[in-house]
Each structure stands twice: as structure tokens, then as C-alpha cells.
Design a binder for this molecule. Structure first.
Ligand SMILES: [Zn+2]
Length: 105
């Protein structure tokens, strides 16, 4: 098990930008804010928002949430295409999943 990473918001956003470039999406805005019931959310207009609780999580999980959310800028649902993209970018992503429900879409 990897140790908890405790990122600063700046480091976390850098990780988001790194993945955005890899996935080839351009989020209009990346926000970090307190969210009590979700890990992340996004809007069709292109902003993505992440819970500040994520800063305390392991990087494996952070990346899962980041990639999941960024992929929603391309695919708004959790259908076949979404799953195959997730598999392409994060092989074995199921292992990274958290018990907590990530968001409601
Ligand atoms: Zn989703």
C-alpha cells in the first residue's frame, strides 16, 4: 500500500492538468472545494470540481477520480465508451475505486 500523499491544492491541480493533457480535454476551470457527499463533479460547460478531501487520499485514488471526471468532458455517461476509455487510461481501475460513491450523474 502506498502512503497517503497529502497534496497541496496546487500539486493536485498539476496532476489534473497532467491528466487533462494526456486525455486531451481542456477543462475551463479546475476547482477544489469542500464537498460533503461527493468526490467530484463536472459541468457540460467544462468546469470540473474536486473535493478537498481528495488531498488526503492515496494518489491511486486521486487519479481514478481525476480521470473519471475528466472523461466526463468527453463522455457524459457511464456507458460502454466511458468504460473502455477508463480501461485505456487506467488499466485495473476497479482496484482504485473507493467504497464511497463518487458522484451522482
Ligand atoms: Zn461519473
Amino acid at each position: 500500500m502506498r502512503k497517503r500523499s497529502k497534496k497541496t491544492p496546487e500539486q493536485f491541480k498539476e496532476l489534473v492538468c497532467w491528466w487533462a493533457e494526456k486525455i486531451n480535454v481542456q477543462p475551463v476551470q479546475i476547482r477544489l472545494q469542500k464537498m460533503s457527499r461527493k468526490w467530484a463533479s463536472c459541468s457540460p460547460s467544462g468546469w470540473v470540481c474536486f473535493s478537498t478531501d481528495l488531498l488526503q487520499e492515496k494518489q491511486d485514488f486521486q487519479e481514478y477520480v481525476i480521470v473519471h471526471e475528466l472523461l466526463h468532458l468527453q463522455v457524459p455517461n457511464h456507458g460502454k465508451l466511458f468504460k473502455s476509455l477508463l480501461n485505456a487510461y487506467l488499466p485495473g481501475w476497479e482496484k482504485r475505486k473507493h467504497q464511497t460513491e463518487m458522484h451522482r450523474t
